[in-house]
Design a protein around this ligand. Structure first.
Ligand SMILES: [Zn+2]
Length: 356
């Protein structure tokens, strides 16, 4: 008996150690406030689309760029995308606190682009950041060296300089004040970008993952390459809501890292989901599913038009000016001929690499 007591005590201790789980931190963000968070009024408009499901769209008082969405569950909050900077994500969390005191336990990155994933670093180690394997790879390697972000960040000092000059030259006090606000917003964004540490997802998926929160089901789905090689959409089957990032926006989507031909097929896969409301990464929420057809038609034609110019020997920069997609004017925000230069160079690169 005497010999059994220490063994029994050890077994109890081992079981207690195995059962111990560190408490989930109540505060999910890091404690230090990032630079560049100051702004006046609300930074976000939270559009409630279902009970507990919100689409967060910037008001313009802080540079946030992309939209996010958040889902308030029984015990926690899930955030989808976290904007352009640590500052923007920080302010998002501050404003979410006005809706709920439940902790943010989970962040989903729809893709790696700066305007959707550059807030990742403010979340503490207890927060799961979920994204496609490709998203992790990009944020771990060279996402900020890509032309899209380089163009964005390198343009900022010039924008600040330009605004300063316009402020100095402006006589009208109201116009001057407006420019000053713009300058402040740009300077804050620049200050926050300087603190940027691209932070990859710490949980990845390659095709599909489902989170369950009480009766709520949150599906994270990769539907094929499109806007990037690793976009996921967040689909709430009970609520018939899909959060699409830039895989499908309210207007045109950036094409700098895209696979336009495959994107059309991937959008077909999206159409097979049973939803009636789309929360896009840019623009307001919408219910009109024909927007998907319009965007698919545009993608097909961009490819045809730009590759036709390439076959004629037109340089990519010139093709970007000449490519005529104006027949899509009625359905998409198109003013005149031309496509973004990064769209044309991307298509040229894809054709060249396919030929190798
Ligand atoms: Zn994007």
């Amino acid at each position: 008996m005497k010999r059994l007591i220490p063994v029994f005590a050890i077994v109890v201790l081992v079981l207690a150690a195995l059962a111990y789980r560190p408490p989930v931190p109540a505060v999910s963000a890091q404690s230090r406030q990032p630079a560049g968070t100051s702004h006046s009024g609300k930074a976000f408009r939270f559009n409630k689309v279902r009970d507990g499901v919100y689409h967060a769209v910037g008001t313009g008082s802080l540079a946030v760029v992309g939209n996010s969405a958040f889902i308030v569950n029984d015990n926690d909050v899930i955030v989808v995308d976290d904007h352009v900077s640590p500052a923007a994500a920080w302010v998002l969390l501050e404003e979410i606190k006005e809706v709920t005191d439940k902790p943010v336990t989970t962040v989903i990155n729809t893709h790696f682009h700066f305007d959707h994933a550059h807030g990742n670093q403010i979340f503490g180690p207890g927060v799961q950041i979920i994204g496609h394997e490709f998203t992790r790879r990009m944020l771990l390697s060279n996402s900020i060296g890509m032309p899209l972000y380089q163009g964005y960040i390198n343009g900022m000092p010039g924008q600040i300089e330009g605004l300063r000059k316009r402020i100095a030259a402006e006589a009208d006090p109201a116009a001057k004040a407006k420019l000053q606000t713009q300058l402040q917003i740009t300077e804050n964004n620049f200050a926050s970008q300087k603190e940027l540490k691209p932070t990859p997802p710490n949980v990845t998926l390659s095709s599909q993952m489902t989170l369950y929160r009480g009766s709520r089901e949150i599906q994270i789905r990769f539907l094929g390459r499109g806007h990037t090689a690793g976009d996921v959409v967040v689909f709430l089957p009970n609520e018939k809501v899909v959060i699409t990032g830039d895989f499908l926006t309210a207007g045109l989507s950036n094409m700098s890292d895209s696979y336009p031909e495959e994107w059309v097929a991937s959008l077909d896969a999206l159409k097979r989901l049973d939803f009636d409301t789309v929360l896009p990464g840019h623009g307001d929420a919408f219910t009109d599913r024909t927007k998907i057809d319009h965007f698919q038609a545009y993608l097909r034609d961009v490819w045809t038009e730009v590759s036709r110019l390439k076959r004629q020997g037109v340089p990519a920069e010139e093709a970007a000016k000449r490519a005529d997609l104006t027949k899509h004017k009625a359905n998409l925000p198109i003013q005149g001929p031309g496509v973004p230069p990064l769209a044309a160079t991307r298509i040229y690169d894809l054709i060249d690499s396919a030929g190798k």
